[in-house]
Design a protein around this ligand. Structure first.
Ligand code: SF4
Length: 354
């Protein structure tokens, strides 16, 4: 496959009515647009030449005027624990990653998708943040990750995806329109979309207060996860520069607003770093953040050390004591053992290495 940078418009950026108008201008009958739409969104072809019920002339004209910015599989890695990491290549030569996390006991097959090429937020513990941000992913490129990984899940485990988490490379709320458009397509009934329940989708944010409020105002129906990672501003500033402009007070107010308006599920993601945020005092501060005007659950995540980063993974005893302290105070807490470590697919490790 050759990668060509082009000024042509992506055909998948057109809605069905826009396709109808474009093809009507070329003298094509109305049903042609629906055929084209089905090739693009139901059969998910990646080349105009595969649209066999369109005439050769029409295909040539489409190719001349438009392009099809699909994702192509670049590399697939399988972890010993069943996790599958896929590296995709975009039409303009960027590489991005998605991760399939199967939990067979619970019949849960989750894909973690990327929303940007790299990330601008430079969290201190994250490999993606070190790449810088190259560009946002188009909604179709986010959707392609889900359909591609869905096919992998069916092939490997005989089961389609049950959950989608927006926790891969990038900050989903900084590419808001594309994130929302991709969710609209995931939740749209077939054949337009995958018919996935909105509650099976979780968007994870590093914490941008005004965008959390916007989600609420826009009638967002999915779950929201805040990558908290520290329960006081001093420590959070140290590892997540975004906290300097979106401190915990602002985030808590935004989450309260979000919950009041949507009643959607909120969780805090909390990576435990050895002797940085895993003491009992840290746990007590986190308990306070869980006692706000909205219910919240906490996911404590095992850290996967990254080359050149000073943070270490919390010692098992400290991590257990931390979690026990939260549970004693009535907080709903889960400890997530890291998955896909051996293929750099775990939280914070996505950086196109392998
Ligand atoms: S943790 Fe998320 S928000 Fe922070 S740099 Fe990494 S990808 Fe960006």
């Amino acid at each position: 496959m050759s990668i060509v940078a082009t000024e042509k418009r992506d055909i998948r950026a057109l809605s069905l009515p826009e396709m109808e108008t474009a093809l009507a201008d070329w003298g094509e009958p109305r049903f042609r647009a629906r055929q084209l739409y089905e090739w693009l969104w139901v059969k998910m072809v990646k080349d105009f030449d595969d649209m066999t019920n369109l005439s050769k002339e029409l295909r040539a004209r489409l190719k001349e005027q438009f392009t099809l910015f699909a994702l192509f599989e670049d590399k697939v890695q399988h972890s010993a624990d069943g996790t599958v990491k896929t590296r995709w290549i975009t039409h303009d030569g960027h590489r991005i990653e998605s991760v399939l996390i199967p939990v067979r006991e619970d019949e849960r097959y989750t894909v973690c998708v990327s929303t940007q090429v790299g990330c601008s937020l430079t969290c201190a513990f994250c490999a993606t943040g070190r790449m810088g941000r190259k560009r946002n992913l188009e909604s179709a490129e986010i959707f392609d990750q889900v359909t591609g990984v869905n096919a992998q899940s069916i092939e490997a485990f005989g089961r389609p995806l049950t959950n989608v988490v927006y926790m891969g490379m990038g900050e989903p709320l900084l590419t808001y329109a594309n994130t929302m458009e991709s969710i609209a397509r995931l939740t749209a009934p077939p054949p337009q979309g995958l018919g996935m329940a909105a509650r099976r989708i979780t968007v994870s944010t590093a914490g941008i207060a005004k965008m959390i409020r916007k989600l609420a105002d826009d009638g967002f129906r999915s779950n929201l996860a805040l990558s908290l990672h520290a329960a006081d501003d001093r420590k959070r500033n140290e590892i997540m520069p975004i906290n300097e402009s979106n401190n915990l007070a602002a985030l808590m107010e935004a989450l309260e607003y979000f919950y009041k308006k949507t009643k959607n599920r909120i969780s805090y993601e909390y990576i435990a770093f050895e002797r940085f945020n895993d003491s009992l005092e840290d746990a007590a501060r986190l308990v306070q953040l869980c006692r706000r005007q909205f219910p919240v659950r906490v996911n404590i995540i095992e850290y996967n050390p990254i080359e050149g980063v000073v943070f270490e993974k919390s010692d098992e005893n400290r991590l257990n004591a931390f979690a026990a302290c939260l549970a004693r105070e009535g907080v709903t807490v889960t400890v997530r053992r890291s998955r896909g470590k051996d293929i750099d697919a775990a939280c914070g490790q996505l950086a196109n290495k392998g």
